[in-house]
Design a protein around this ligand. Structure first.
Ligand code: ZN
Length: 257
Protein backbone atom coordinates (compact mmCIF):
# COMPACT_ATOMS: atom_id res chain seq x y z
CA UNK A 1 0.00 0.00 0.00
CA UNK A 2 1.40 3.41 -0.96
CA UNK A 3 1.52 6.29 1.52
CA UNK A 4 -1.37 7.92 -0.34
CA UNK A 5 -3.48 4.78 -0.11
CA UNK A 6 -2.65 4.37 3.57
CA UNK A 7 -3.67 7.97 4.30
CA UNK A 8 -6.88 7.58 2.30
CA UNK A 9 -7.68 4.33 4.08
CA UNK A 10 -7.38 6.03 7.49
CA UNK A 11 -9.51 8.95 6.36
CA UNK A 12 -12.14 6.63 4.86
CA UNK A 13 -12.29 4.80 8.18
CA UNK A 14 -12.89 8.06 10.07
CA UNK A 15 -15.61 9.09 7.59
CA UNK A 16 -17.25 5.68 7.80
CA UNK A 17 -17.55 6.01 11.59
CA UNK A 18 -18.85 9.59 11.43
CA UNK A 19 -22.47 10.51 10.81
CA UNK A 20 -21.98 14.27 10.37
CA UNK A 21 -18.90 15.35 8.45
CA UNK A 22 -18.11 19.03 7.95
CA UNK A 23 -15.42 20.09 5.48
CA UNK A 24 -13.53 23.32 5.84
CA UNK A 25 -11.70 24.32 2.66
CA UNK A 26 -9.06 26.90 1.79
CA UNK A 27 -7.03 27.97 -1.22
CA UNK A 28 -5.14 24.65 -1.34
CA UNK A 29 -8.14 22.79 -2.75
CA UNK A 30 -8.45 25.23 -5.67
CA UNK A 31 -4.81 25.50 -6.76
CA UNK A 32 -5.28 22.29 -8.75
CA UNK A 33 -8.01 24.15 -10.63
CA UNK A 34 -5.60 26.94 -11.56
CA UNK A 35 -6.74 29.47 -8.94
CA UNK A 36 -3.81 31.29 -7.30
CA UNK A 37 -3.23 30.85 -3.60
CA UNK A 38 -3.05 34.46 -2.46
CA UNK A 39 -0.67 33.86 0.40
CA UNK A 40 1.75 31.37 -1.10
CA UNK A 41 5.18 32.00 -2.56
CA UNK A 42 4.73 33.69 -5.94
CA UNK A 43 1.09 34.26 -4.99
CA UNK A 44 -1.00 37.11 -6.23
CA UNK A 45 -0.25 39.44 -3.32
CA UNK A 46 3.46 39.44 -4.04
CA UNK A 47 2.63 41.20 -7.31
CA UNK A 48 -0.51 43.05 -6.28
CA UNK A 49 -0.91 45.68 -3.63
CA UNK A 50 -4.07 44.68 -1.75
CA UNK A 51 -6.75 47.37 -1.91
CA UNK A 52 -8.79 47.69 1.27
CA UNK A 53 -12.47 48.54 1.21
CA UNK A 54 -11.63 51.90 2.79
CA UNK A 55 -9.14 52.68 -0.01
CA UNK A 56 -11.65 51.52 -2.60
CA UNK A 57 -14.33 53.86 -1.28
CA UNK A 58 -11.98 56.80 -0.86
CA UNK A 59 -9.90 56.86 -4.02
CA UNK A 60 -10.60 56.79 -7.74
CA UNK A 61 -7.05 55.60 -8.34
CA UNK A 62 -7.42 52.68 -5.89
CA UNK A 63 -10.68 51.66 -7.56
CA UNK A 64 -8.90 51.55 -10.92
CA UNK A 65 -6.09 49.47 -9.37
CA UNK A 66 -8.61 47.15 -7.72
CA UNK A 67 -10.44 46.42 -10.97
CA UNK A 68 -7.12 45.92 -12.80
CA UNK A 69 -6.35 43.15 -10.30
CA UNK A 70 -9.84 41.66 -10.57
CA UNK A 71 -9.55 41.53 -14.35
CA UNK A 72 -6.51 39.25 -13.99
CA UNK A 73 -8.27 37.07 -11.41
CA UNK A 74 -11.37 36.82 -13.60
CA UNK A 75 -9.20 35.41 -16.38
CA UNK A 76 -8.24 32.55 -14.02
CA UNK A 77 -11.81 32.15 -12.87
CA UNK A 78 -13.09 31.82 -16.41
CA UNK A 79 -10.82 28.81 -17.00
CA UNK A 80 -11.25 27.18 -13.58
CA UNK A 81 -13.16 23.92 -13.33
CA UNK A 82 -13.76 21.82 -10.20
CA UNK A 83 -10.96 19.30 -9.67
CA UNK A 84 -11.19 15.80 -8.19
CA UNK A 85 -11.07 17.23 -4.66
CA UNK A 86 -14.22 19.30 -5.21
CA UNK A 87 -15.87 16.38 -6.98
CA UNK A 88 -15.02 13.97 -4.14
CA UNK A 89 -16.53 16.30 -1.51
CA UNK A 90 -19.71 16.68 -3.58
CA UNK A 91 -19.81 12.89 -3.84
CA UNK A 92 -19.52 12.59 -0.03
CA UNK A 93 -22.50 14.94 0.24
CA UNK A 94 -24.52 12.77 -2.15
CA UNK A 95 -23.57 9.70 -0.09
CA UNK A 96 -25.15 11.42 2.91
CA UNK A 97 -21.86 11.71 4.79
CA UNK A 98 -20.97 15.36 4.31
CA UNK A 99 -23.61 17.86 5.41
CA UNK A 100 -21.76 21.03 4.50
CA UNK A 101 -18.64 22.88 3.43
CA UNK A 102 -17.38 26.06 5.04
CA UNK A 103 -14.99 27.67 2.59
CA UNK A 104 -12.53 30.54 2.50
CA UNK A 105 -12.61 30.36 -1.29
CA UNK A 106 -14.48 32.78 -3.52
CA UNK A 107 -14.56 30.68 -6.70
CA UNK A 108 -17.83 28.68 -6.29
CA UNK A 109 -16.06 25.51 -7.43
CA UNK A 110 -17.85 23.48 -4.72
CA UNK A 111 -21.22 24.45 -6.18
CA UNK A 112 -19.98 23.79 -9.71
CA UNK A 113 -18.97 20.29 -8.54
CA UNK A 114 -22.58 19.66 -7.48
CA UNK A 115 -22.95 20.91 -3.90
CA UNK A 116 -26.18 22.82 -3.24
CA UNK A 117 -26.05 26.51 -2.37
CA UNK A 118 -27.45 25.73 1.09
CA UNK A 119 -24.61 23.25 1.68
CA UNK A 120 -21.82 25.79 1.13
CA UNK A 121 -20.97 28.64 3.49
CA UNK A 122 -18.75 31.22 1.80
CA UNK A 123 -16.88 33.07 4.55
CA UNK A 124 -15.32 35.51 2.10
CA UNK A 125 -18.21 35.83 -0.33
CA UNK A 126 -17.91 35.12 -4.04
CA UNK A 127 -16.15 36.51 -7.08
CA UNK A 128 -18.92 35.18 -9.32
CA UNK A 129 -21.38 37.86 -8.32
CA UNK A 130 -21.06 41.63 -8.40
CA UNK A 131 -22.95 43.84 -5.98
CA UNK A 132 -23.88 47.52 -6.14
CA UNK A 133 -22.70 49.21 -2.95
CA UNK A 134 -25.63 51.65 -3.14
CA UNK A 135 -28.77 49.78 -4.23
CA UNK A 136 -27.56 46.25 -3.45
CA UNK A 137 -28.43 44.87 -6.90
CA UNK A 138 -26.52 41.71 -7.81
CA UNK A 139 -25.23 40.94 -11.29
CA UNK A 140 -23.43 37.95 -12.74
CA UNK A 141 -19.63 38.28 -12.81
CA UNK A 142 -19.49 37.48 -16.54
CA UNK A 143 -21.30 40.74 -17.28
CA UNK A 144 -18.74 42.54 -15.07
CA UNK A 145 -15.83 40.81 -16.77
CA UNK A 146 -17.21 41.64 -20.21
CA UNK A 147 -17.39 45.33 -19.28
CA UNK A 148 -13.78 45.25 -18.06
CA UNK A 149 -12.65 43.57 -21.28
CA UNK A 150 -14.47 46.24 -23.25
CA UNK A 151 -12.30 48.82 -21.53
CA UNK A 152 -14.30 50.12 -18.56
CA UNK A 153 -11.94 50.80 -15.69
CA UNK A 154 -14.25 51.61 -12.79
CA UNK A 155 -17.62 49.94 -12.86
CA UNK A 156 -20.85 51.68 -11.88
CA UNK A 157 -24.34 50.25 -11.46
CA UNK A 158 -26.49 50.46 -14.61
CA UNK A 159 -29.56 51.09 -12.45
CA UNK A 160 -28.46 53.69 -9.90
CA UNK A 161 -24.92 54.74 -10.83
CA UNK A 162 -23.52 53.44 -7.51
CA UNK A 163 -20.11 51.82 -7.22
CA UNK A 164 -19.97 48.14 -8.13
CA UNK A 165 -17.74 45.64 -6.31
CA UNK A 166 -17.47 41.85 -6.46
CA UNK A 167 -19.58 40.24 -3.70
CA UNK A 168 -16.45 39.29 -1.77
CA UNK A 169 -15.28 40.27 1.69
CA UNK A 170 -12.44 42.68 0.94
CA UNK A 171 -9.45 43.50 3.09
CA UNK A 172 -10.67 45.80 5.84
CA UNK A 173 -14.22 44.44 5.63
CA UNK A 174 -15.76 42.37 8.43
CA UNK A 175 -17.23 38.93 7.82
CA UNK A 176 -20.99 38.58 7.49
CA UNK A 177 -22.11 37.84 11.10
CA UNK A 178 -24.91 35.58 9.86
CA UNK A 179 -22.49 33.43 7.85
CA UNK A 180 -20.07 33.32 10.77
CA UNK A 181 -22.78 32.28 13.21
CA UNK A 182 -23.84 29.47 10.91
CA UNK A 183 -20.24 28.28 10.47
CA UNK A 184 -19.87 28.08 14.24
CA UNK A 185 -23.14 26.19 14.55
CA UNK A 186 -21.99 23.73 11.89
CA UNK A 187 -18.59 23.26 13.57
CA UNK A 188 -20.33 22.65 16.90
CA UNK A 189 -22.66 20.03 15.48
CA UNK A 190 -20.32 17.92 13.33
CA UNK A 191 -18.66 14.75 14.56
CA UNK A 192 -15.82 14.89 12.03
CA UNK A 193 -14.17 18.17 11.06
CA UNK A 194 -12.21 17.75 7.83
CA UNK A 195 -9.93 20.66 6.97
CA UNK A 196 -8.70 20.70 3.37
CA UNK A 197 -6.10 23.00 1.81
CA UNK A 198 -6.09 25.62 4.54
CA UNK A 199 -3.25 26.53 6.87
CA UNK A 200 -5.96 27.44 9.42
CA UNK A 201 -4.16 30.61 10.39
CA UNK A 202 -6.65 33.43 9.82
CA UNK A 203 -9.90 33.67 11.75
CA UNK A 204 -12.33 32.02 11.90
CA UNK A 205 -10.34 29.14 10.41
CA UNK A 206 -8.18 29.12 13.51
CA UNK A 207 -11.05 28.72 15.96
CA UNK A 208 -13.54 26.44 14.17
CA UNK A 209 -11.57 23.19 14.60
CA UNK A 210 -11.17 23.90 18.32
CA UNK A 211 -14.91 24.50 18.58
CA UNK A 212 -15.58 21.16 16.91
CA UNK A 213 -13.10 19.36 19.16
CA UNK A 214 -14.66 20.82 22.31
CA UNK A 215 -17.92 19.17 21.27
CA UNK A 216 -16.21 15.83 20.82
CA UNK A 217 -15.69 15.82 17.05
CA UNK A 218 -12.71 14.14 15.48
CA UNK A 219 -10.41 16.28 13.37
CA UNK A 220 -8.60 15.37 10.15
CA UNK A 221 -6.58 17.74 8.00
CA UNK A 222 -5.13 17.58 4.51
CA UNK A 223 -2.64 20.27 3.58
CA UNK A 224 0.60 20.48 1.62
CA UNK A 225 2.42 22.51 4.26
CA UNK A 226 2.56 22.46 8.04
CA UNK A 227 -0.28 24.03 10.04
CA UNK A 228 -0.41 25.15 13.69
CA UNK A 229 -2.91 22.30 14.22
CA UNK A 230 -0.74 19.37 13.17
CA UNK A 231 -0.21 18.20 16.77
CA UNK A 232 -3.83 18.73 17.66
CA UNK A 233 -5.40 16.73 14.79
CA UNK A 234 -6.36 13.05 14.89
CA UNK A 235 -5.08 12.61 11.33
CA UNK A 236 -2.67 14.79 9.33
CA UNK A 237 -2.21 14.14 5.63
CA UNK A 238 0.57 16.21 4.09
CA UNK A 239 -0.51 16.12 0.45
CA UNK A 240 -2.33 17.83 -2.36
CA UNK A 241 -6.00 17.26 -1.57
CA UNK A 242 -7.42 16.07 -4.90
CA UNK A 243 -6.00 12.59 -5.21
CA UNK A 244 -6.34 11.80 -1.49
CA UNK A 245 -10.02 12.73 -1.46
CA UNK A 246 -10.73 10.88 -4.70
CA UNK A 247 -9.04 7.74 -3.34
CA UNK A 248 -10.91 8.08 -0.04
CA UNK A 249 -14.30 8.22 -1.77
CA UNK A 250 -13.35 5.23 -3.90
CA UNK A 251 -12.50 3.27 -0.74
CA UNK A 252 -15.79 4.25 0.89
CA UNK A 253 -17.69 3.03 -2.16
CA UNK A 254 -15.78 -0.22 -2.41
CA UNK A 255 -14.72 -1.12 1.13
CA UNK A 256 -13.03 -4.32 0.01
CA UNK A 257 -10.61 -2.61 -2.38
ZN1 ZN B 1 -27.19 50.28 -7.91
Amino acid sequence: MTALEEASRKLAEMIRKASRVLAFTGAGISTESGISDYRSQGGVWQRFQPVTLQDFLASEEKRREYWRQKKELYAQLELARPNEGHVALAELARMGKLFGVVTQNIDELHQMAGMGDAEVLELHGTNRKTVCLDCGAHTDWRETYRRLLEGEEILRCRKCGGLLKPATISFGQTLDPEVLRKAEAWASSCNLFLAVGSTLVVEPAASLPALARQRGARFALINLSETPFDDFADLVIRAQAGSVLAKTVEMLRHPMV
